[in-house]
Design a protein around this ligand. Structure first.
Ligand SMILES: [Zn+2]
Length: 130
């Protein structure tokens, strides 16, 4: 049995209600489940709503670890640490270094602008030794 306009309309309607292809085939009669699926696909109906309302959450963006690992770090790559060294995602910057520096342009600037606030005071030293 062919697909008349009427049957196609019925197919679209049933498909839209979330009925399974085999149910639709049974209702229409004279077609197989596969024929229903094939026809629905050709009609562009494949993206029918599921009876169970599923929230289509967008896939979480995959955070690609930037930079390079210690294994691929070379002498000409910026060795500015990114992340926590105890963390498996720990990386080094890995960009080309400025000539004469250990870091890329951006990180060299950061390195030399960094305030010397981490100076250990004599008091801390005494406490540590006590
Ligand atoms: Zn860098």
């Amino acid at each position: 049995m062919g697909w008349t306009d009427e049957r196609i309309a019925r197919l679209s309607e049933l498909w839209g209600t979330g009925k399974s292809a085999s149910e639709i085939a049974e209702i229409l009669g004279g077609v197989t489940r596969n024929a229903v699926i094939g026809k629905a696909h050709r009609l562009g109906l494949s993206g029918r709503p599921s009876p169970i309302k599923r929230r289509e959450a967008p896939p979480a963006p995959v955070v690609e670890p930037t930079g390079t690992t210690i294994l691929s770090l070379t002498e000409r790559m910026c060795r500015w640490p990114i992340g926590d060294p105890r963390n498996p995602g720990f990386r080094f910057c890995g960009r080309s270094i400025l000539p004469g520096h250990s870091y890329c342009a951006e990180h060299a600037a950061q390195a030399y602008q960094a305030p010397k606030s981490r100076r250990v005071s004599s008091e801390d030293t005494r406490t540590a030794r006590a």
